[in-house]
Design a protein around this ligand. Sequence first.
Ligand SMILES: *Cc1c(COP(=O)(O)O)cnc(C)c1O
Length: 369
Amino acid sequence: MAAAYNIPVTLTPHSRLGSVDFSNLPFGKVISDHMFVVDYEDGQWINPRIEPFAKMEMSPANLALHYGQSIFEGMKATKRHGEPVLFRPEMHARRLNISAERMCMPTLPEDLFMTGLKMLIELDKDWIPAENDHALYIRPLMFATDEWFGVHASEKYKFLIFTGPVGPYYPKPVKLWVEEVFTRAAQGGSGEAKCAGNYGASLLPAQRAKKNGYDQVMWMDSVEKKYVQEVGTMNLFFVMDNRIITPATTGTILRGVTRDSFITLLKDWGYTVEDRLLSISEIYDAHWRGTLQECFGAGTAAVVSHVSDITWRDRKIELPPVDAANRPVATRLKAYINDLRMGLVEDEYGWLESCINSGVMAQVQEETV
Ligand SMILES: *Cc1c(COP(=O)(O)O)cnc(C)c1O
């Protein structure tokens, strides 16, 4: 697939790699040397390139700032026996385009996404931490760049990918607040798009929950406040009566890559997986009958976040203490994904995509001759 696109590479004259403390990597704060950039103008994606990560100039009239045409993705690269690999990157490319369509933005050819992504990761492969549970977090991003502020769908856009090393994410078990005043997404809205605006609207309820001693908000459906949706930035899984239930993605829930991977694994491991509407009262009933075994969030950042307790109105229920004996399903899933990323288990599903031979090294050589 090489050479379908000509992607020139401008190397940074001053790598920042040497100044990074890999034993202290607060999530999102450390950014690698290079980024992949593509512009959209006159109905076409043009000028794909790799260049040093740097600040950009922006007009105060930039449309994305005013009306929110801004979408993103989040995925990880790790090293499998020293070789940089991505986890299911084509699902992220496809989801970016689903988000783009919902936000009236142009779709990006998936092979351009993949080519630029692999070149960038191979170029900055020394930024991928080798330690267990570490990864290079990858942030693809698309936003409007028209510079006049009448309400309209922008005619110009920018697509970027930049990356940053992240340390082990050992989340404490989370305390959930069942949110019935604010909602994240309504039927027909933008809940299935990974768009900036969904996050903007979620910050106030999250902050209120924090003030009251909870870690995250459990979102409910916007009509009846009856059906469980997702939590913070993760999809939800429940283990009840030895069955596994995850809320159905009926348009208001982000379709997580981790969620999809877990469903596949659990079915193959012989579990009964139910992908369906799940009401909060069913969860409480299960708790009172003693059949609620596990609850956890699933997403790229933490892979698994165990839930310690759930509070709905004035009723708090506690789940079994977090250890491998009490949480066998979540523990096994997390270990499998981490082991797969590090090359400790066979890649039976073909989920890993190698980033060597991306063509970036030949490109760099050609340019420096
Ligand atoms: C990104 C995201 C998730 C998790 O998706 P993954 O592909 O598993 O990382 C879940 N919910 C929301 C709202 C998200 O933005």
